[in-house]
Design a protein around this ligand. Structure first.
Ligand code: DX5
Ligand code: ZN
Length: 215
């Protein structure tokens, strides 16, 4: 049974409280909170202030995805804003191991995200140190994009690497997840499904979450 992490990026921000309450009351497991700086990705989302409002309404695990340059400057700020997990991008971190240590020393789980062009093999020597790998199945920056099919192969490769080392590192898949492709994503080895538009643009979001959870 996958963990389901609705991405608040697709929520109605004028109704943020009721959107959070909907997730609380649903079978979803995590809140997925997307932070974009307009530099690492060509879009700006929101920052720590809005994140704090979201986490104060959240009764679930808060998964913060930093799509930003120099994440080390913001890790503590997002911890204080209520993050339980902080994920940084391998492409934004020259000293990735140091970034991971910083996140863990601040008492959070640590994740590493990889863009669609980044090979899974680059993760080999960091896997044992992280709680989560976020496999981007779209180019980060926007919700509502289509799932890039070759990601499925990357998920299976990563599953094999994790199992070879007997690790418990979770595989999260982020971008373009739908009710149609979710079963194949899980079959390839994913543990956590992020879903933005599929959940929030649905007529009945709670029902969609239930259906994803049942896969
Ligand atoms: C993309 C973000 C995703 C996004 C997913 O840059 O990291 O989390 O919100 O949205 P959907 O599910 O609509 O592709
Ligand atoms: Zn994300």
């Amino acid at each position: 049974m996958p963990l389901i992490a609705p991405s608040l990026l697709a929520a109605n921000f004028l109704q943020l409280q009721s959107e959070c309450e909907m997730i609380n009351a649903s079978e979803a497991d995590w809140f997925h909170i997307d932070i974009m700086d307009g530099v690492f990705v060509p879009n700006i989302s929101f920052g720590a202030m809005v994140t704090k409002f979201i986490t104060s309404a959240s009764k679930k695990y808060n998964d913060v995805h930093l799509m930003i340059e120099k994440p080390e400057h913001f890790v503590e700020i997002f911890r204080d804003a209520g993050a339980n997990n902080v994920t940084v991008h391998i492409e934004a971190c020259t000293h990735l191991h140091k970034n991971i240590e910083q996140i863990k020393q601040l008492g959070m789980h640590a994740g590493v995200a990889i863009n669609p062009h980044t090979p899974v093999s680059l993760l080999k020597d960091i896997l044992a140190d992280v709680d989560l790998i976020c496999v981007m199945s779209v180019n980060p920056g926007f919700g509502g994009q289509s799932f890039i099919p070759h990601t499925l192969k990357k998920i299976s490769q990563l599953r094999a690497l994790i199992d070879e080392q007997n690790l418990t590192t979770k595989i999260e898949v982020d971008g373009g997840v739908t009710l149609k492709n979710a079963a194949s994503i899980i079959a390839a080895g994913a543990d956590v499904l992020v879903a933005g538009n599929t959940v929030f643009k649905a007529v009945n979001s709670t029902e969609i979450i239930k259906q994803l959870k049942a896969l």
